[in-house]
Design a protein around this ligand. Sequence first.
Ligand SMILES: [Zn+2]
Length: 160
Amino acid sequence: MSESLYTEIIIDEGKNPQNHGTIENPDISHHDSNPTCGDQITLQMSIKDELIADVKWHRHTEEGKTAEDRNKNCTICMACTSVLTQMIKGKDLDYARNLKKEELLSELGLEYLLKQSPIRIKCALLSLKVLKFGLYSYLAKKLKDSSSLDNLKEEAAHLY
Ligand SMILES: [Zn+2]
């Protein structure tokens, strides 16, 4: 692993990740993991008037053991999750739905990972994957029509 992975923002956000915690009765809650590294994220959102009113993330699907073991996610994963949650909080669902991996990576100075590190890119983009899948399942439930659902699945499949 190259030391240049750890830009200043990665170190800062990784040490003190924002929006860590849980939301009671979230409108969206989605969990996924990155087996090659051991990262796990549950991302929760409450939606009000098409806006992401609140967003929190934690490691586990189970209640109770969340706060203390966030550091088991790697620094890149934590930094990206922290920055992603700050980017989408207060924004509308369309913004989150259209958010591109390049935009998240450029916030962190990590665009080069796309070409150089197929393994670390999964750490960086796990949060975005969880966001998109959570969002798509929420929208699919709301739309209740199968052609829109197919389109959403198609979109989700081409994330990265
Ligand atoms: Zn990782």
